[in-house]
Write a protein that binds this ligand. Structure first.
Ligand code: SAH
Length: 219
């Protein structure tokens, strides 16, 4: 077990240097979170040895844990501060939520597939992520009772920018989401100020579908 953790710690360091720092991620809080979160525990035992590779991996239910670099790019684009409250749509494996939880005060995360959420909730408890609040629901409707949020991250591809989510963003808030068709999307960053919403495309990407009332109608 100890040897195991030394092995994975080394792989984690390599992942940060070769996939994340080398591609221009510089936020020290983001880099520290990637050095800390044990990504291999967020995939099934059979895939643990591949967990630090430069690619997404299946997590069951036709869903995936994103490539490490994409998680880093999205996290940095949120420009997080310690006291922030962040909403994530698409809990999946829980890896992105754990990265956020290392950086901010509280993470609210919503998943629409019950079996995934049950496993992930158990993992959060095991790893003592007490600042992650989970909900089994359609995340395209957001989490009105807990809004407004300082940042919102959508980790599934949306056909458009759901207004119901930008409504739940605080003034000064940031949002990152993939927008496009089911095969390819643009990773889009939004910023909300008194004048409204300003958007910028970061890069191309490919995510699983955001399925729900304000997303795709089916998987
Ligand atoms: N952030 C995750 C990525 C998982 S893939 C991770 O780090 O592993 C995207 C996830 O979004 C899937 O688990 C999928 O079931 C979920 N999802 C898709 N549409 C959703 C919706 N409307 N509400 C909540 N979760 C949704």
């Amino acid at each position: 077990m100890i040897e195991d953790s030394i092995k994975y710690k080394r792989r984690r360091e390599e992942m940060v240097e070769r996939q994340i720092e080398s591609r221009g991620i510089t936020d020290p809080e983001v880099l520290a979170a990637f050095r800390k979160v044990p990504r291999h525990l967020f995939v099934s035992e059979a895939l643990m040895d591949q967990a630090y590779g430069d690619f997404p991996l299946p997590i069951g239910e036709q869903q995936t844990i994103s490539q490490p670099y994409i998680v880093a790019e999205m996290t940095q684009a949120l420009e997080l501060k310690k006291e922030d409250r962040v909403l994530e749509i698409g809990t999946g494996s829980g890896y992105q939520a754990a990265i956020l939880a290392e950086i901010v005060f509280r993470v609210y995360t919503i998943e629409r597939i019950h079996s995934l959420l049950v496993n992930t909730r158990r993992l959060f408890d095991k790893l003592h992520y007490h600042n992650i609040v989970t909900k089994y629901s359609d995340g395209t409707c957001g989490w009105k009772d807990e809004s407004p949020f300082d940042a919102i991250i959508v980790t599934a591809g949306s056909p458009e920018i759901p207004e119901i989510l930008t409504d739940q963003l605080a003034v000064g808030g940031r949002m990152v989401l993939p927008v496009g068709n089911q095969y390819s999307q643009e990773l889009t960053r939004l910023y909300k100020d008194e004048d409204g919403i300003h958007s910028k495309v970061l890069c191309g990407c490919r995510f699983v579908k955001l399925v729900g009332e304000y997303g795709w109608k089916e998987l």
